[in-house]
Design a protein around this ligand. Structure first.
Ligand code: SAH
Length: 291
């Protein structure tokens, strides 16, 4: 079943008002509602509601009524979201995965890396994160966009798995990165991968559950924190995670199923972060939050 997005394009202030009106109207129902900056220079924002294609008629009717009454100058537009089959993709196994400028590939595909790519060599191995999963690809895309548009001096990759996200952040921005995992096997594999990619000196690794380790105090606060774990632990980690975030910092969260996103966003709103945008890949979402 494909998913649709109905949205209006407007200014930041009006997008916020539409978001609030949509939240009042759709209340507790399980629709994703979000604002997203489209063009920073022109100050264009979109306020959107997402639903399944079969719900479109009903959502559209209610959204039309709301816009007609309260925002008569705005026009509702629609987008059908791409339906990416990540299971089929993962069965392609060792094919290189492109996410923004990053190309995650195995050693037999070194020659596929083009000059403008940031190649990351990861062999399918013991730790999660060859780039084939929607959450890893979603994080890579978002990391690329955040590092392009914002000043990041230090990043943290919590739940580093294969190390792919930490390696990506360091390769792109040449900044110090801290990478941690609860699983010592993952930390070891991530270290090996950092060595293979020539970035071992730029990344400090530690084995730690959540934020229980001196490394966070010693190295933090971080301008960018990436955590691709799962919804429940991410919610629990919200206060500690935000406690290690620098002023003006950005957070990228993934490992979250589409239907869990509201609980996760609520937990981080509770820790005083604002939702900036959500991207989707086959049922999984990646969320960007800012102070
Ligand atoms: N960052 C990689 C791996 C994601 S898989 C990628 O995006 O592809 C999630 C990883 O988080 C696993 O390696 C798991 O061991 C780790 N993890 C799970 N719970 C954790 C916790 N509480 N603290 C630190 N790491 C955790």
């Amino acid at each position: 079943m494909s998913e649709i997005r109905l949205y209006v394009s407007t200014t930041e202030a009006v997008a916020e008002q539409v978001l609030n009106a949509l939240s009042d109207l759709f209340g507790e129902e399980d629709y994703a509602i979000a604002t997203q900056e489209i063009d920073e220079a022109k100050g264009i924002w979109e306020a959107s509601i997402y639903g399944l294609a079969e719900q479109e008629a009903e959502i559209a009717e209610r959204f039309e009524t709301l816009v007609g009454q309260s925002f008569p100058t705005l026009k509702i537009e629609r987008e059908v979201l791409p339906d990416i089959d990540w299971i089929a993709k993962s069965l392609e196994g060792l094919k290189p995965v492109r996410a923004g400028r990053f190309l995650v590939h195995g050693s037999h595909d070194r020659d596929k890396v083009r000059q403008s790519d940031i190649g990351i060599l990861i062999e399918a191995g013991q730790a999660f994160g060859t780039g084939h999963h929607g959450t890893t690809a979603g994080c890579l895309n978002m990391i690329g966009e955040v590092l392009k548009s914002r000043r990041v001096r230090k990043a943290l990759d919590l739940g580093t798995g294969s190390g792919v996200l930490a390696i990506a952040a360091h390769l792109m921005a040449k900044i110090p990165v801290v990478a941690t995992d609860i699983d010592p096997v993952a930390t070891r594999v991530a270290k090996d991968n950092a060595r293979i990619n020539g970035v071992i000196d730029g990344i400090r690794f530690a084995t730690a559950p959540g934020f229980h380790h001196a490394v966070f105090r010693e190295e933090g606060p971080f301008d960018l924190i990436i955590a691709n774990i799962l919804a429940r632990p991410l919610m629990k980690l919200a206060p500690a995670l935000v406690g290690h975030l620098a002023d003006n910092g950005t957070v990228i969260l993934s490992g979250i199923l589409a239907e869990q996103r509201w609980k996760v966003i609520a937990a981080y709103n509770g820790a005083r972060l604002k939702h900036r945008r959500t991207t989707w890949m086959n049922g999984w979402v990646t969320i960007e939050l800012v102070r």
